[in-house]
Design a protein around this ligand. Structure first.
Ligand code: KG4
Ligand code: ZN
Length: 329
C-alpha cells in the first residue's frame, strides 16, 4: 500500500491505496472552505495552521495500515509555499520513522491521475486542467511525459469564478456558488465580450472578463437585485466557457485528438462538462472525466500518481525532497 498526502492549498487530505489493484482503501479530506469564506479567498498562513492540526488528525486514522505501507507520496509542487511544507514535513517524518521510500508528486500530475482512480492509466490523451491555480491544455503521453499546448496568460478559469463571487459578495469558493446562481439567471442579459476572440493566439485570459463583470456590478450600484446577480453569474459563465471552447476548437482543428479529458476543481462545473461533451462529439473524440468527488484537490489522486512512481522506482531522498511553490508541469 502507498500512503499519500495533499496540502497544496486549503484541503488537508490523506489516502491509502493498494498498489497492485489501485484500490482506494482509505481517503479523508478536511476542507477549510468555511474558515476562508469570510476573506473571499484562501489566506495562506491560516491554511498552514489548519493543516498543522487537521493532517495529524487524519493520519491517526491510518495507523492500522502502517505495517503494510511500501512508500509515502506527497504533493511537493506547485502550491502555496507555507501549506506545501506541512504535507512535505509530515511525509518526511513518516518516511524516516517507518523506513519507507518517499515520492514527491507534482500536483498537476496528480490531477491528471484523478482520471485513473481504481483503474489502469491510459495514454495518450489531451487534457484540459481547470483549477483555482491553473488553466492549461496538456498533451499527456504517459507518466511524467506531459507537455503544454496552451495556458492562461493571467487569471485561471476557477479563480475568475472565485473573483466574480467575491465581487458579488457570495463567499468562497466561488465556482459552485456562481454555477448555482447561473442556473437561475438569463445568460444573454449581459453582453460581455469573449476574451481573445479576434486573436489567433492559442492561449487563455480571464482578467479582462473579470474587469467587465466588475464594471457591470458598479453600474448596477446599490440597487443590485438577486435577479441581477443570477443574470451576471449566468452571463459570465457563458462567456468564460465560450472562451475555453473557442480556443479548444482551434486545438481540435490542428491536432488529431481521439481522447480528451477535463480535470481540476472547475471540471465539476456541469455547464462546462455539457459544452465540452458537445465539442468532443463534433470532433469524434471520447470525453474522460474524474468522479465528481475527486475533481477538487484530494490525496487519492496523489496516491494514484505515486503508485506509478513506486512501480518505476522513481523515489526522492528525503534530504532532497523540497516543496517548490512555482514549479511547472
Ligand atoms: O483543483 P482545485 O480544488 O484547486 C486547485 O488546484 O486550484 O480547484 C479549485 C478551483 C476553485 O477556484 C473553485 O472555485 C473552482 O475550482 N471550482 C469551480 C467549480 N467547483 C470548483 N469552478 C467553476 N464551477 C464549479 N462548479
Ligand atoms: Zn488542484
Amino acid at each position: 500500500m502507498i500512503l499519500s498526502i495533499e496540502s497544496s492549498c486549503d484541503d488537508s487530505s490523506i489516502a491509502v491505496t493498494e498498489i497492485a489493484t489501485k484500490k482506494l482503501l482509505f481517503h479523508k479530506k478536511i476542507s477549510q472552505e468555511l474558515d476562508h469564506a469570510k476573506y473571499g479567498g484562501v489566506v495562506p498562513e491560516l491554511a498552514a495552521r489548519l493543516h498543522a492540526t487537521a493532517l495529524p488528525r487524519i493520519l491517526e486514522q491510518t495507523k492500522p495500515f502502517f505495517p503494510d505501507l511500501k512508500a509515502v507520496a506527497v504533493t511537493n509542487a506547485p502550491g502555496l509555499a507555507v501549506t506545501l511544507v506541512e504535507g512535505v514535513t509530515m511525509a518526511k517524518a513518516l518516511a524516516i520513522a517507518l523506513d519507507l521510500p518517499l515520492i514527491g508528486v507534482n500536483h498537476l500530475h496528480g490531477h491528471i491521475y484523478s482520471l485513473f482512480l481504481e483503474r489502469e492509466s491510459a495514454f495518450p490523451m489531451t487534457v484540459l486542467l481547470v483549477s483555482g491555480g491553473h488553466t492549461q491544455v496538456i498533451d499527456a503521453k504517459g507518466y511524467k511525459d506531459f507537455s503544454l499546448i496552451a495556458q492562461t496568460m493571467d487569471d485561471s478559469f476557477g479563480e475568475s469564478f472565485d473573483k466574480v463571487a467575491k465581487m458579488l459578495g457570495l463567499g468562497y469558493p466561488g465556482g459552485p456558488i456562481v454555477e448555482a446562481y447561473a442556473q437561475k439567471g438569463d445568460e444573454n442579459r449581459f453582453d460581455f465580450t469573449v476574451p481573445l476572440a479576434n486573436s489567433g493566439k492559442i492561449a487563455f485570459s480571464y482578467s479582462g472578463l473579470k474587469n467587465q463583470v466588475r464594471l457591470q456590478i458598479a453600474a448596477l450600484g446599490e440597487e443590485i437585485s438577486d435577479q441581477d446577480r443570477y443574470d451576471i453569474c449566468a452571463s459570465f459563465q457563458r462567456v468564460a466557457t465560450a472562451h475555453l471552447l473557442q480556443k479548444l476548437k482551434k486545438i481540435f482543428k490542428t491536432r488529431t485528438i481521439s481522447d480528451f479529458a477535463i480535470v481540476g476543481g472547475a471540471s465539476a462545473n456541469l455547464y462546462l462538462r455539457e459544452k465540452i461533451e458537445a465539442l468532443c462529439g463534433e470532433f469524434g473524440a471520447s470525453l474522460h472525466l474524474a468522479p465528481l468527488a475527486y475533481c477538487s484537490d484530494n490525496a487519492a489522486m496523489i496516491g494514484r500518481c505515486g503508485i506509478e512512481g513506486y512501480l518505476r522506482g522513481d523515489f526522492t531522498d528525503y534530504r532532497e525532497l523540497v516543496s517548490s511553490p512555482r514549479s511547472a508541469l
